[in-house]
Design a protein around this ligand. Structure first.
Ligand SMILES: Cc1ncc(COP(=O)(O)O)c(C=O)c1O
Length: 492
């Protein structure tokens, strides 16, 4: 069987012709073809001189060839380095026709599902622990997600198991592989991906999401291989190594037969003049050299943060790789075991009391007790390390106190979230804290963005704390649950 695009892509997408406008043919002269406002931006006086030059009253270039060429040059050049793991021969080098640009790679994730998966019928495969957006886009498109976990000892994909699933289920059309992984920070070995690309008995597409690829060794990107493997699609973004998450620019590299479909399907003006202007200036060879310097600084800082945090009592190891701008570190309980309770308490306390926000990942497959920590600036890292040490010590101290327990007076619902304000109902004491935070009402306590749960006489529930999108579980008498984090939630 093997890869056969005509049979794989949805018929309605194959039959699309790209949106065509008069501007594709004529760009000079008096342009009265697109119902723009030729008087210019009404708010011209609030624009900077630079912004005024961007013709913001005009629709942007739907093709973005200049930007695409620079992105091709960037990856082709890397693949030509002697040290590069991924090589490309001249005839198969990337060309602008291989690219489709989107509003972040999140847009590309969704677009690929729409090209290849018929709603309610076709399926896609993901390898947890992984990026939550794949499942969200699948759900939106009514596409079932089949899961084949990463090998949990090394966070690599398991091609043999994946192939078994593909054989069993002929409706799986896409495989999403995050490389380097999120939250694992581990680059997936190309030999393993190749086993899927060379699988002659499967008609489907392998998508390598390389959001973090520039933090892995230079020359690791699979993008230059899309002309050699027409069933490979590579996603990249300017949000991470280029530090441009705010401009929303994602890049899909694909064989031209696939990129034509993506370009036919996309909204014609999805990349704004502002975005393309910044992106073009940020992807020249000089700017790429600066990006490399920045990445190297982040990698140095990452080693420092890793060393300092892992030296703390109560820390386990870095269970992830070193191919991204974050670490996946284990937090232990007083018995030296990875603990979600301790990790979650550290996460909460850091965020609520110290305004240092990391990410609790303990509910992800193979990540028990783990926090994912993005590497910040030197100053931010120093604050993180200092606060982390304090908070971890307090949480572990509280944890040991809880073990000893006071059985005379009933202490209800001790929570590791020791910031919970103290309240008393009759002789019953629940929660505890230094009392600095928030105002306590019978029934409801609010701390900034933190909502503490409801208290009813007869039934005491402490918890339901919400920070960002994470919902912490319920604490009931003698029982603490922290399992309401939705691993499918959009995770940045
Ligand atoms: C693995 C992965 N892919 C894609 C994205 C989305 O990136 P973008 O900002 O380009 O939408 C992220 C963002 O965190 C990510 O972690």
């Amino acid at each position: 069987m093997g890869f056969n695009l005509k049979e794989l892509a949805r018929q309605n997408i194959l039959s699309l012709t790209p949106y065509h406008c008069a501007r594709d043919d004529f760009t000079e002269g008096i342009l009265l073809d697109a119902n723009e406002n030729t008087h210019g931006p009404a708010s011209i006086d609030v624009l900077t001189e630079e912004e005024k030059k961007l013709s913001l009253n005009r629709y942007p270039d739907p093709n973005q060839v200049v930007l695409k060429q620079q992105l091709c040059d960037f990856r082709n050049q890397e693949a030509s380095l002697p040290s590069s793991e991924i090589k490309v021969i001249d005839e198969l080098k990337l060309k602008p026709e291989n690219l489709c640009l989107g509003v972040g790679s999140d847009e590309s994730i969704d677009a690929l599902i729409r090209v290849f998966c018929k709603p309610g019928r076709d399926k896609m495969l993901v390898c947890p622990p992984t990026y939550g957006m794949y499942s969200i886009c699948a759900t939106v498109n009514d596409v079932e997600v089949v899961k084949c976990p990463l090998e949990l000892c090394n966070f690599q994909i398991q091609p043999k198991l994946i192939k078994e699933l593909l054989t069993k289920d002929p409706f799986i059309n896409l495989i999403y592989i995050t490389t380097p992984g999120n939250p694992t920070a581990k680059k997936i070995e190309f030999d393993l991906i190749k086993e899927l690309l060379n699988n002659e008995s499967w008609n489907g597409v392998v998508i390598a999401d390389e959001a973090y690829i520039d933090f892995a060794p230079v020359g690791s990107s699979l993008a230059p291989l899309v002309n050699q493997y027409p069933n490979l699609v590579v996603l990249q973004t300017l949000s991470k190594s280029f530090g441009l998450a705010g401009i929303r620019l994602g890049i899909t590299f694909a064989h031209e037969s696939i990129s034509i479909l993506l370009n036919s399907m996309k909204y014609p003006y999805n990349i704004s003049n502002l975005t393309s202007d910044v992106a073009i200036r940020s992807t020249t060879f000089e700017s790429i050299a600066k990006m490399r310097q920045n990445v190297n600084l982040i990698l140095e800082n990452r080693s420092y943060v890793e060393k300092k945090l892992l030296a703390l009592d109560g820390m386990g190891k870095n269970i992830g790789g070193l191919d991204a701008n974050f670490l996946l570190l284990q937090v232990l309980d007083n018995n030296g075991k990875p603990s979600n309770i301790v990790a979650q308490a550290v996460y909460n306390k850091l965020a609520v009391e110290e305004q240092v926000v990391v990410r609790f990942r303990g509910n992800e497959l193979g990540c028990t007790g783990c926090l994912r920590i993005t590497i910040g600036t030197k100053e931010e890292n120093e604050i993180l390390i200092t606060k982390f040490k304090q908070v971890l010590e307090q949480v572990l101290f509280n944890e040991s106190k809880r073990k000893i327990g006071k059985m005379g007076k009933t202490e209800i619902g001790y929570s590791d979230q020791s910031y919970l304000p103290q309240s008393k109902i009759g002789k019953t004491e629940f929660g505890h804290s230094d009392g600095k935070l928030g105002k306590t009402e019978l029934g409801k306590t609010e701390l900034g963005k933190t909502e503490l749960g409801k208290t009813e006489i007869g039934k005491t529930e402490i918890g339901k704390s919400q920070i960002g999108k994470t919902e912490l579980g319920k604490t009931e008498i003698g029982k603490t649950e922290f399992d309401k984090t939705d691993s499918n939630q959009k995770d940045k």
